[in-house]
Ligand binder design. Sequence first.
Ligand SMILES: Cc1cc2nc3c(=O)[nH]c(=O)nc-3n(C[C@H](O)[C@H](O)[C@H](O)COP(=O)(O)OP(=O)(O)OC[C@H]3O[C@@H](n4cnc5c(N)ncnc54)[C@H](O)[C@@H]3O)c2cc1C
Length: 417
Amino acid sequence: MAEFTMELNDEQKEVRDWLHGFAADVIRPAAAEWDEREETPWPVIQEAAKVGIYSLDFYAQQYFDSTGLGIPMAMEELFWGDAGIALSIVGTGLAAVGVLANGTEEQIGTWIPQMYGDASDVKVAAFCSSEPDAGSDVASLRTRAVYDEARDEWVINGTKTWATNGGIANVHVVVASVDPELGSKGHASFIVPPNTPGLAQGQKFKKHGIRASHTAEVILDGVRVPGSCLLGGKEKLDERLARAREKAKKGGAGVPPAGGRGSLKNAAMATFEASRPAVGAMAVGTARAAYEVALDYARTREQFGRPIIDNQGVAFQLADMRTRIDAARLLVWRASWMAVNGRPFTAAEGSMSKLFASETAKEVTAQAVQILGGNGYTREYPVERMHRDAAIYTIFEGTSEIQRLVISRTISGMPIR
Ligand SMILES: Cc1cc2nc3c(=O)[nH]c(=O)nc-3n(C[C@H](O)[C@H](O)[C@H](O)COP(=O)(O)OP(=O)(O)OC[C@H]3O[C@@H](n4cnc5c(N)ncnc54)[C@H](O)[C@@H]3O)c2cc1C
């Protein structure tokens, strides 16, 4: 187990500086253009692939870093550059983690490389769980996967929504119900390989922020995938379903045993707890970017014959912004370290870090707009975009209300559905 440290090691610092250089030289200068275009920034993803930032190797290296700080450090730097472009770069990683977490070695080896493609022909992947009637309430999803034993194929029908890279992905990872009576315990994840008939993109959403990131509906109409596309394999699924049915008979399908703290032993909840700090780190990156612009502006903008930072009203805002950002990073680092070292999240520390960092990003970017005055309200200055972008962090990967629900139920001993 890696000792917890407040400092990156030399190798991590090198990676951080390299990422920062890419964020400053390639991502940030392209941010306004792709925000206006509301299109996937393929040339920037290609550039990231060329230098090795958009690759399975890079992602895996950070993911398996025993200090736990690889992913949060990488997310913070890339999202410091621009949230929309950075999400286009790391969105594939979210789908890849779905396969890493649940797939067999063969599935990992077959599908993850196809998610990324290669530098001369980059591809992206999508993770499709949310549905029009199943957002926060993931357990209620209606997409169905039915096994066709004669052909050893799964037939998937349903409508997914809000999928990052949905419809433009080479590989889609789709969560579907194989036994609706079991609630979330009856869910399974499937790979939908490239060019599978029946999968189509629905509407592409026009968004408030992170507009360079593609978000769309995904329609699954009689999609047939080979049995080998069930993540983890049929044997494991059958065993899991049998256990869940047995428990349901004894009372309460889909509800983890009461006793609260044990609730996070629920596999899905534990996975969310481990992935949420990464979203917190994205929020820290956006918040830090806006804070830096505001600090710089406050030092140089003069009113009443002196820099506006000479006013305590402005200076104290900056002090609070910086304090919150540093506190958010510490919560994110703690939770990431806990996840990598298998520490139990007895107080939902992953959710805590995502809640605090995302609320921080929203508040700090709003303060940055205020400090820049009229300029902050225009697209001439990046804080306007950062403020729009920051609003996503309190919504995706579980809203702030859902984080509070998870934290409160964990600390109070209430079961989590
Ligand atoms: C840009 C973007 C990208 C996304 N990318 C993906 C993706 O790649 N894959 C994917 O599967 N999903 C993705 N999502 C979906 C995202 O995770 C959901 O939007 C989110 O979980 C919220 O679901 P919802 O939008 O249906 O809101 P709802 O669940 O309808 O919530 C509406 C409001 O009610 C509140 N609320 C709901 N239940 C409770 C409760 N019990 N107590 C208190 N308040 C409650 C919520 O906090 C929220 O404020 C993305 C969303 C966006 C906007």
